[in-house]
Ligand binder design. Structure first.
Ligand code: ADP
Length: 173
């Protein structure tokens, strides 16, 4: 589709961390903190994916991510519904960040990264290994636990815990 260098010498290094973030977990937050250290700017981009059936609206997911990353000055929260590579070009980003928890993640991520490379050779995907503490953690598991009114405070930040409680109408996380 497109190719060619996206970043000129001296321009800021901008990365995009795309995902559903339905909702953000400590696993996501760990990747965000680590990735933010490696780039001038990190854009966490919520995918507005109509084919999934999300618990939180895009606006709610963006709001929660803003709340839990407010201490990170070079992190911006946004959303997109276009092809990732096109969105990245529109934001002047050169690198896409993805987190890897397992071999299963890797196989899927490799396929996605290869597809994105096919679409735009100027864009790199960088994989970051999960912090082993969070290697089992996924948004779907968190939702499942919260639905049954079991505690999730070790899995998600307090703002997300409260939002889950409100969603499921439960009295404690
Ligand atoms: P998607 O629907 O795009 O997979 P997710 O919100 O589930 O969206 O995940 C976004 C990214 O974060 C993916 O690269 C995923 O592998 C990564 N990720 C999710 N949970 C964790 C975790 N516990 N540790 C590290 N990376 C994670």
């Amino acid at each position: 589709m497109t190719s060619g260098k996206i970043r000129q010498e001296g321009e800021p290094r901008i990365a995009v961390y795309p995902g559903s973030f339905d909702p953000a977990t400590f696993g996501h937050l760990d990747i965000i903190r680590r990735a933010a250290k490696q780039f001038d700017k990190l854009i966490v981009a919520v995918l507005n994916n109509t084919s999934k059936n999300p618990l939180f609206t895009v606006e709610e997911r963006v709001e929660l991510l803003r709340e839990v990353t407010k201490d990170l000055p070079n992190v911006e929260i946004d959303f997109f519904r276009d092809l990732l590579v096109r969105y990245m070009r529109s934001r002047g980003a050169q690198v896409s960040i993805r987190g890897i928890r397992s071999v299963t993640d890797f196989e899927y991520e490799l396929q996605m990264a290869s597809t994105n490379r096919q679409l735009d050779e100027g864009i790199e995907t960088i994989f970051m290994m999960t912090n082993p503490k969070y290697s089992y953690l996924s948004s779907s598991m968190v939702k499942e636990i919260a639905k049954f009114n079991a505690p999730v405070q070790d899995l998600v930040p307090p703002a997300v815990e409260s939002a889950l409680r409100r969603k499921f109408g439960t009295s404690q996380g």
